[in-house]
Design a protein around this ligand. Sequence first.
Ligand code: GTP
Ligand code: MG
Length: 177
Amino acid sequence: PGKASQVKLVLLGESAVGKSSLVLRFVNREYVDNREPTIGAAFLTQKCHLNDRSIKFEIWDTAGQERFHSLAPMYYRNAQAAVVVYDITKSATLEKAKSWVKELQRQAHPEIVIALIGNKLDLVQGEPESECLRQVNKEDAQAYAHEAGLLFFETSAKSSENVDLVFAGIAKDIPLE
Ligand code: GTP
Ligand code: MG
């Protein structure tokens, strides 16, 4: 019989990068366009199985709007994992993500597992001209993530591409009892 473990996870990143959409894709297997911004934070849980272990994610989906910034420490303080999200079609959101990573590395638990996620991959796929929408080069973001010791994925909450890989990757990296 496998061991059950709880993993406290926090999502951070600028407003509208798709944090809530990623979590709802992972937990409820759903996606809606034009989601309302999160107010404060939302709490969700999801169980998953990795090898013979059962893992329960306890997820705090924080609000990215600047007026909620001061609440964030409450949610990342006890977190074992953080998912820091940016939008690959908006380079300013990567800068914001980097500042969250710095804050986590200074203030969160020293062993926290951090994943950097470039979301909205669907927007740059398909038509040849759609690649023009991309503002963040994948190799550059990946190199930064590697240097900073972060997991890295590009995802689409809309198409669901790579979303499960994020959580499986985190589960694998967390030392569980
Ligand atoms: P806050 O709660 O304000 O911090 O925003 P958020 O990061 O939770 O963003 P949210 O999930 O609400 O998504 C913002 C907008 O982007 C919504 O209109 C979503 O439908 C859209 N969106 C989210 N993920 C994707 C994606 O993977 N692809 C595309 N094309 N749109 C997305
Ligand atoms: Mg949200």
